[in-house]
Ligand binder design. Structure first.
Ligand code: HEC
Ligand code: HEC
Length: 444
């Protein structure tokens, strides 16, 4: 096959992935009657007889929840949330932020919302792709992190380059490989021209209107409400309910806090546990990638049920928008050589919902994550001294995994159902759009 054809095949496989992500939203898993997980887990996708289970966006239904109570009422296992004084949280801001979060018109070509990478049913991440794909199939360097409990993070992004949710919001909107809006001004003008938004901003921010700041404050307020504690682990460990978890979970926690030493970075305090330490560490994942240790010559790409093609990785690299080989973590922010391959410790709450794992999505399952740590991470000159070979037995590894699975928050289904009750913002004939004479003013 020639290079051009392969490129086309590669692009179409990206498109297929995105289409799956879109069509599978809003689907309730028939088996366990829960929202979590991809709408179609593609069991049997390797066979030509595969039939999809996913439903279209038309079937998206949910149930609105009173999210502000998750901000004001303390949940077992989580600290009290400190709300920045310059952005007091209100119902109106949360509702506006949520509407913006799911509005595809906030992207240049009206196709991509925040919620399409941070997919609610997939733990507000993307289960189906290792590294994020933005508009027109543009590839990104990193894995989409969860937004559950993001309000407690001191640093944002895998390399900790941002500190406030309000400030973070504009990066994906303006990033060429994500939502690709051309400027702050263009985005704000477009929002003002979309019927309804001026009134909603006025309600949420009386006298302030649509601005760079209010846009950030609204979305930040929604993200801040995505708080999820009261897991079965919390009910046992902090709530002292001995029946809340199985013996395996209790044994797994012993491994986590003892022989496994996971607790050194994924912190658990006396009264609360964020499962992160607001610090960055070198576990070797970034090193392995920069040194090409993860590189295979070819990648098996699935085009359709039962249809595979082997694609040369050189070709995959050539269509990528960003070079994937040189993610140096905190070093790219500080240029301090000792900061090479430092990445932020992620939370482990809801971890069973947020695969694939690590900043580059390079590990698919919790079993593999545990094996990775059991082998002492990946050795390099800057490896954290807290990462060592663990010599865990099979039983210890299994209990550790069962413990990690006990960290799913109690309200997770409520948060997802609430997200699904929000209409997806799609282009209508009344919106600014070249096709219907309500454009951005360039044709007048
Ligand atoms: C194309 C997929 C994509 C879209 C669209 C997207 N994100 Fe993200 N988001 C990511 C990725 C990937 C990262 C990690 C990037 C990094 O670390 O450099 C991220 C990181 C974040 C973080 C930091 C989380 C943490 O724990 O550090 C927040 C908050 C966030 N996004 C919110 C948003 C909001 C709000 C929007 C919409 C305005 C949005 N994202 C749109 C993929 C996306
Ligand atoms: C030295 C600090 C440190 C120790 C010890 C540690 N971790 Fe981590 N963990 C991290 C960092 C940093 C990351 C993110 C690495 C990256 O993104 O490349 C991470 C990532 C993870 C992830 C993936 C999270 C996600 O959302 O992608 C899991 C799961 C995890 N660790 C579990 C464990 C377990 C289980 C142990 C104990 C066996 C452990 N960790 C020990 C620092 C640590």
């Amino acid at each position: 096959m020639d290079k051009k054809l392969l490129k086309t095949i590669f692009y179409s496989s990206f498109l297929a992935i995105i289409l799956f992500a879109i069509t599978s939203s809003g689907y309730t898993n028939a088996e366990n009657n829960s929202y979590t997980g991809p709408g179609d887990d593609k069991t049997g996708y390797d066979s030509k007889n595969y039939k999809t289970n996913s439903l279209s966006l038309d079937h998206r239904e949910g149930k609105k929840a009173d999210l502000i109570k998750y901000v004001t009422v303390k949940q077992l296992g989580l600290p009290n949330l400190v709300i920045p004084s310059e952005n007091p949280i209100t119902k109106e801001k949360i509702d506006l932020g949520k509407k913006l979060f799911f509005d595809r018109r906030l992207s240049l070509n009206n196709t991509m919302s925040c919620g399409m990478c941070h997919v609610p049913e997939q733990g507000f991440t993307s289960n189906e792709i290792k590294t994020a794909v933005g508009i027109e199939g543009r590839s990104n360097l990193r894995n989409t992190p969860t937004l559950l409990n993001v309000a407690f993070s001191k640093f944002l992004f895998h390399d900790a380059r941002e500190y406030s949710l309000e400030g973070q919001v504009w990066q994906p909107v303006l990033a060429h490989s994500e939502m690709a809006m051309p400027s702050f001004g263009f985005t704000l003008k477009k929002i003002k021209l979309i019927p309804g938004y001026i009134e909603l901003f006025e309600k949420a921010f009386p006298g302030e209107g649509v601005s760079i700041e209010t846009f950030g404050k609204a979305i930040a307020s929604y993200e801040r409400s995505l708080i999820s504690g009261n897991s079965s682990f919390d009910k046992w460990y902090f709530g002292k309910d001995e029946n809340a978890v199985s013996d395996e979970v209790k044994e797994g926690f012993k491994v986590f806090s003892g022989k496994g030493n996971c607790i050194a970075c994924h912190s658990v305090g006396k009264n609360e546990a964020l499962f992160f330490d607001n610090k960055l560490h070198n576990t070797g994942i970034g090193y392995a990638e920069s040194m090409g240790l993860l590189n295979k010559k070819k990648t098996k790409v699935q085009l359709a049920p039962g249809e595979y093609v082997e694609v040369d990785n050189e070709i995959i690299k050539s269509v990528n928008q960003q070079k994937k080989s040189n993610d140096l973590g905190l070093y790219s922010i500080t240029e301090n050589p000792s900061h090479r391959w430092l990445f932020k410790t992620p939370t482990l709450r809801n971890i069973s919902l947020t695969s694939p794992y690590m900043h580059n999505g390079s590990i698919s399952t919790l079993e593999e994550v545990i094996d990775f740590y059991n082998n002492g991470g990946i050795n390099n000159e800057l490896l954290s001294p807290m990462i060592k070979k663990l010599n865990l037995t099979d039983i210890e590894k299994n209990n550790l995994k069962i413990f990690l699975e006990s960290l799913v928050g109690e309200n997770i289904e409520v948060l997802i159902a609430d997200a699904l009750s929000t209409p997806v913002g799609d282009l209508t004939k009344d919106d600014p759009n070249w096709a219907n004479n309500t454009d951005m003013g360039y044709n007048k």
